[in-house]
Design a protein around this ligand. Structure first.
Ligand code: FES
Length: 181
């Protein structure tokens, strides 16, 4: 069936349909970015680490086979207010082979928060600030050490054969107990 009306009468209907189509396209175009923004803000999994706090730190092949510790930077996406920063350093750990697995220690000294280093003779950890001294397993090895506790150990998981994942956490300094920040 054909529309027998004169052209002048068809025009308003055509304009109405064009306006409706434009409105629908505009609505869809505005909903997509809104939904994407809400997802990024609300979903903790988009923060670059698992919700469990596990972070991929390195490959097993990068950890010395002789059992000596090696320092690794821990990087993770970080949300700072409304801004998200991808792959930002959030701390560092010492990794060393232990038994069939890998042990991890936070590099931060439990005394007052300085970064613990490796002694020049490479026999132990030594804090440069107030001379706390630790064995490579993180245990205090000098009674004169002012640190109130051993270095903070962290949970490690080996995945997919060679991925070293660490549950990275910081702990309050200056306390005997290990209290996560
Ligand atoms: S901060 Fe390490 S001994 Fe004081």
């Amino acid at each position: 069936m054909t529309d027998e009306r004169p052209e002048q009468q068809k025009e308003p209907r055509r304009n109405f349909l064009v306006s409706m189509g434009a409105a629908m396209v505009g609505a869809v175009a505005s909903i997509v970015p809104l939904a994407a923004g809400a997802t990024a803000l609300l979903d903790p999994l988009r923060r670059g680490r698992e919700a469990s706090g596990m972070v991929l730190v390195t490959r097993l092949s990068a950890v010395p086979e002789d059992g000596s510790p090696r320092k690794f930077t821990v990087e993770s996406a970080r949300v700072d207010g409304w801004t998200s920063h991808a792959n930002t350093p959030v701390g560092a750990v010492y990794l060393r082979r232990s038994g069939n697995g890998v042990a991890a220690l936070n590099v931060v000294c439990p005394h007052a928060g300085c970064f613990v280093g490796i002694a020049p003779d490479r026999s132990r950890f030594a804090c440069p600030c107030h001379k706390s001294s630790f064995d490579f397993d993180g245990v205090i090895n000098d009674p004169a050490s002012p640190s109130p506790r051993d270095m903070d150990s962290l949970e490690v998981e080996l995945r997919n054969g060679d991925e070293v994942w660490v549950r990275f956490q910081n702990f309050l300094p200056g306390r005997e107990d290990k209290t996560a920040v």
